[in-house]
Design a protein around this ligand. Structure first.
Ligand SMILES: *Cc1c(COP(=O)(O)O)cnc(C)c1O
Length: 402
């Protein structure tokens, strides 16, 4: 008889966005007229088109693929072309992180690497996830049969959980700027996590998907801006939010050459080597045109064009934050992040607030409870909409809550 991976039955029943879609569908069917004015401020997807230099680079690369002399098949290593790894390495150096090309592997995005990286670790690790969190960290560990413990991100600590010396974790997931809370770790806070990891021989898996949204000087763009991190951290990043690549698919994962652990026989194992082995067996690289498009992101013109899109979203974030200020609603995020994480008014729970916004002002957000227990009573709005829709939604919110 075929045996199934029964860990899947331990996953939470409804993936957050499926439940949201279900409620929107039910409402739209029963209220077709009202549903026409729906404004979606829920799903974390970008809406601005790709930067023109990126499109140009991809078109040129596609043309190359149609000519015998410049056609490319499988990439030798599947780790990414040197032109792109070099561009990423230089990008890291531009904000003070010393990451060399051979420490970088190009991927089809951060979600797959966040999930797949678990393959290089054994079973029985204590996996620490900050709560609330991006669901992939927890779900992929549960699928692999790992137990997960939580570090509480709460109103009291500004939704930036710090290490607890009394708890010994082996693997630690951190995300800064954070999805869903928009909170960040400053350099001193990140240093505390790095010191904790070094003391406990733990590995930090650092999700930097929103690094390009950072505006404050003391907030590192990479964990490798922190001393000691190259001995204890893996960084996973993506062009999805930084350059609008959610539908184009490209990311990169950094495993430093200094990240060396002992196996049970006491021998040194370079984590980058076993990740390369894993990827070599199960992944065949990112398409050539997409890698050329990604390369263009890191050119001066590409950076300028991508920053214009980010500035567009940041303006929305500012409008949402200002509205919360006017309404006396507490929130985190918005400054270094496209997310505003707000406290539901009048002690409402997050799904009730979701239903209230959906049915009374036709605005869709994301209930905080879907990201973990500390998310209940909180709500995420995203700045990825248009200026017009964001302004309209905020006017409606003022009308509802004033
Ligand atoms: C959007 C997002 C990613 C990016 O995922 P991709 O697979 O690269 O599109 C990674 N981490 C977090 C926390 C995100 O919100």
């Amino acid at each position: 008889m075929v045996k199934l991976n029964e860990n899947f039955s331990k996953l939470k029943k409804n993936y957050l966005f499926i439940e949201i879609a279900k409620r929107i569908k039910a409402y739209s069917e029963s209220h077709p007229e009202e549903a026409k004015r729906l404004i979606r401020m829920g799903i974390g997807d970008v809406t601005r088109p790709l930067a023109p230099v990126v499109v140009e680079a991809m078109q040129k690369a596609c043309a190359e693929m149609g000519v015998k002399e410049t056609f490319r098949g499988y990439e030798d290593s599947g780790a990414g072309y040197d032109f792109l790894k070099d561009a990423v390495s230089n990008y890291y150096k531009s904000f003070g992180a010393d990451v060399s090309s051979d420490e970088i592997r190009i991927s089809d995005g951060a979600k797959s690497d966040c999930g797949n990286i678990i393959d290089i670790f054994g079973s029985g690790n204590t996996v620490l996830v900050t709560d609330p969190a991006y669901p992939v960290y927890v779900d992929s560990n549960i699928m692999n049969g790992n137990d997960v413990i939580y570090a509480d991100s709460t109103e009291e600590n500004g939704f930036a959980a710090m290490p607890d010396k009394n708890i010994k974790a082996d693997l630690i997931y951190l995300c800064s700027p954070n999805n869903p809370t928009g909170s960040v770790y400053n350099k001193a806070q990140l240093k505390e996590w790095v010191d904790y990891a070094l003391e406990n021989n733990a590995v930090i898996i650092y999700d930097a998907a929103y690094e390009a949204f950072i505006t404050e000087n003391d907030v590192p763009r990479s964990i490798f801006c922190v001393e000691g991190a190259k001995k204890c951290a893996i960084e996973i990043c993506s062009l999805s939010k930084t350059a609008g690549f959610t539908g184009t698919r490209c990311g990169y994962t950094v495993i430093p050459n200094d990240l060396i652990l002992k196996d049970s026989a006491g021998s040194d194992v370079k984590l980058a080597d076993i990740w390369a082995r894993r990827q070599g067996s199960k992944f065949n690289g990112v398409s050539y045109p997409v890698q050329r498009g990604a390369e263009a992101v890191f050119t001066p013109e590409g950076q300028k064009q991508c920053k214009e899109n980010i500035a567009y979203y940041q303006e929305n974030a500012r409008v949402i934050a200002k509205t919360c200020d006017e309404l006396g609603i507490k929130y985190t995020g918005g400054v270094n992040s496209p997310y505003i994480w707000l406290k539901c008014p009048n002690g409402m729970n997050s799904w009730d607030f979701f239903d209230k916004l959906l049915t009374e002002i036709q605005v869709v957000g994301t209930p905080g409870a879907g990201f973990g227990k500390n998310g209940d009573g909180w709500f995420r709005l995203t700045a990825f909409g248009t200026h017009e829709a964001t302004a309209e939604a905020m006017e409606r919110l003022k009308g509802l809550l004033k």
